[in-house]
Ligand binder design. Sequence first.
Ligand SMILES: NC(=O)CC[C@H](N)C(=O)O
Length: 318
Amino acid sequence: MKKLSNEYIEEVVKACRPFASKGRVVDHIPDLDQSHLSNLGVTIVTLDGETYSAGEDEDHFSLQSISKVIILLMALEDFGKEIVFQKVGMEPTDDLFNSISHLEEYEGRRPYNPLINSGAIATASLIRGSTVDDRFERVLELLRKITENKKIKMNEEVYNAECNNSARNKALTYFMESTGVLSSQETENALELYNRMNSIEINSLSLAKLGCFLSNHGRLIGGKKQLIKPDNIRTVKAIMLTSGMYNESGAYAVNVGFPLKSGVSGSIVGAVPGRMGIGIIGPAINKKGNSCAGGEALRILSSDLELSLLHDRNVVNL
Ligand SMILES: NC(=O)CC[C@H](N)C(=O)O
């Protein structure tokens, strides 16, 4: 098994950068264009509090779909598993992340799971607060604690772009209102909160800390306080393992083997229970919405460091 060091992460970054040429950088996110194609930043924070990092790890980017993890965590804390999974399913899907077709057919016309767009918008309606501002403030507060970064905030330009580019998400939202998944009072607020959460600006270190928090059962490193109930953390990690990489989740379970969540900014958060959190930014994404170079880095890290939960010597603790 390889030993973790900055030099080792540097080697992984070097080996994986060329894989970016297989992907494209999305064009609707401000400050992100094809000139970022071969960027790759990888940061690991271990549960012993060590940090290892290399590549473009200073880059800032928007949380995009990784916000779905926070949405689910908060909804579970606020309403509990039973109510959350009455609104959304917990099954993986072979459909794309912004698919609408299943909302007409799948059990109770619910979204398949909380980590696709429809599921996250529906779940966002279960974050408590009297106004969207209150609810978003609670999200920022939690994220600032988890990442120990008080500066975390929304990027206004990205938010405007999300709103201007939200025809598909609006369609999903209103369709869910028509089938009763969302009530008419919830519809606009759920989409608004979802757009704001997608636009939160973050970096690979903060993502690695989020991964570490999940790996550490809902506590900060060295902290005794339980910020989120361990059972809710377990639920989130299980859904990340089965659905966190959209309709590539099966391949990632086989080739990487621990809970992950990706975003269209090319970001990925990984949680290796009991061991480490991983934050990756590699803006070139494939057709399924996952970072090409980032995905390759995860495969190498998992193999070199024996990170798969299905590895005989690792304890399965989702
Ligand atoms: N896959 C993603 O990261 C999707 C996020 C994007 N903002 C959307 O809502 O479609």
